[in-house]
Design a protein around this ligand. Structure first.
Ligand SMILES: Cc1ncc(COP(=O)(O)O)c(C=O)c1O
Length: 421
């Protein structure tokens, strides 16, 4: 029984009325390409956004599930886009990769594969454990919950990176998997992955490297001659990686990849059933029907930019990041956490109220992420953050810092407003 007092929900409205309603709502949102938005936006310029959007719209009615029958063009996008990221991340020729709906699905599938492998090869482990660091993305915890894995979360850090001594001490006969991030969202600093790879190899543990953010950042930073620690399949124990097309691959949202070191591991990720009367069902994904728009946009951006195009955009964003970190470190009382290798980082203070600083900046229209341990602000850059914009932010930040030090500005208590988590 459908009960409502709303005439609008009962009788519907014209498209122009619906559109006006949408536009009124969006007018209050922050536009993702806004230069004042230092929250995750992954903007590479209006040309790239237009390529991603146009390709998405062309395939908006197509279902990835039917790529083998109805839409073979989607299969081509998948194969070629996956080939691009496999090369970026130095995956061996034997690697197996899958397009997913996002980083979260990629992490889940890597964990499922690790669990199934352990079930087959180490049946003596009844209560499998996964080792996570202080900064691993919370979806690893969510997936562990769903997959029945016990989480051992190592909270201690050294220079804002995972503490490998503590990780080593936490390894038990039940540990089947360890996760490092390249880089993690908090602090933006790559975990000590070489050391973690050594530990994983010594103890026969599956190492997953989460490069959802860094997969399209670090390869270019490295190619530009920047100091980037080993983070990809060149690490001998790295069994799987996650990399998001819809972050710095500039695709429209809904596209990521999970890469397994060897195609022999794919059967652990896959699921098959012939329990129903409509043919065998086999899937490497968690999701079922899904729009083909995201993978079309991922492929189109790669085809449009090419390796050189990505390199050129990343070079600009890295330069802007250098400018910004240097400017922040020059403001008395503030310092950037550690030495981030990519294009996002956090900064804090030993004496100033960072929440008050964030509140005052937000009142000026800036959008950022709030980090709680320690209280700090996290900035993620894209191409709209050029030198002029960075200087403007640094100038306003310095003014706000003065106001907070003088006691002219205090925290507003609106931490919720900061962001995405
Ligand atoms: C480091 C890291 N890994 C994984 C994810 C999950 O990605 P998604 O939001 O695409 O599911 C995120 C999301 O921000 C992330 O920052």
């Amino acid at each position: 029984m459908f009960e409502t007092n709303s005439t609008e929900w009962r009788q519907g409205r014209s498209w122009s009325a619906v559109e006006a309603d949408i536009d009124a709502g969006r007018a209050r949102d922050t536009h993702w390409t806004s230069p004042m938005n230092f929250s995750a936006s992954y903007f590479a310029g209006e040309d790239v956004a237009s390529v991603a959007r146009e390709a998405f719209v062309k395939h908006i009615g197509d279902n990835v599930t039917h790529r083998h029958g109805l839409h073979p063009s989607i299969l081509r996008y998948e194969v070629e886009a996956l080939d691009f990221v496999k090369q970026l991340l130095n995956a061996p020729g034997s690697a197996h990769a899958t397009v997913t709906t996002g980083g979260s699905e990629s992490l889940f599938l890597a964990m499922k594969a690790a669990r199934e492998k352990a079930r087959e090869l180490k049946p003596e482990i009844v209560h499998p454990e996964i080792l996570l660091t202080h900064t691993t993305y919370p979806v690893f915890n969510k997936a562990a919950h769903a997959l029945g894995l016990k989480v051992r979360q190592i909270d201690s850090i050294v220079d804002y990176r995972a503490d490998t001594d503590a990780l080593e001490a936490a390894i038990s006969e039940n540990t089947i998997m360890m996760v490092g991030s390249a880089p993690p969202f908090p602090y933006g600093i790559v975990d000590p992955l070489e050391e973690m790879s050594r530990l994983a190899q010594q103890n026969d543990i599956w190492l997953h490297v989460d490069a959802c953010i860094g997969g399209f950042v670090l390869p270019f930073a490295e190619a530009l001659g920047r100091p980037v620690p080993s983070f990809d399949f060149r690490l001998p124990a790295c069994q799987s990686m996650s990399v998001d097309f819809h972050k710095y691959g500039y695709a429209m949202r809904g596209c990521s990849a999970v890469i397994l070191r060897d195609s022999d591991l794919a059967r652990y990720q896959s699921f098959s059933s012939n329990a129903w009367p409509a043919g065998d069902y086999t899937s490497e994904n968690m999701s079922g029907s899904r729009n083909a728009g995201p993978v079309a946009s991922a492929w189109a951006v790669i085809a449009y930019l090419g390796y050189e195009g990505f390199l050129e955009r990343m070079s600009k964003i890295l330069e802007a990041t250098d400018l910004l970190t240097a400017a922040i470190n020059q403001i008395p009382g503030l310092y950037v956490h550690g030495e981030p290798q990519g294009i996002h980082f956090s900064f804090g203070s030993d004496e100033l109220d960072m929440i008050a600083i964030g509140d005052a900046l937000m009142a000026n229209g800036w959008m950022m992420n709030l980090q709680t341990r320690p209280e700090s602000l996290l900035l993620m850059l894209s191409v709209q953050h050029d030198a002029a914009l960075v200087n403007r932010y640094a100038t306003e930040l310095a003014e706000v810092v003065m106001a907070v030090s003088d006691g002219r500005v205090a925290r507003q208590g609106n931490e919720q407003a900061y962001g995405i988590y």
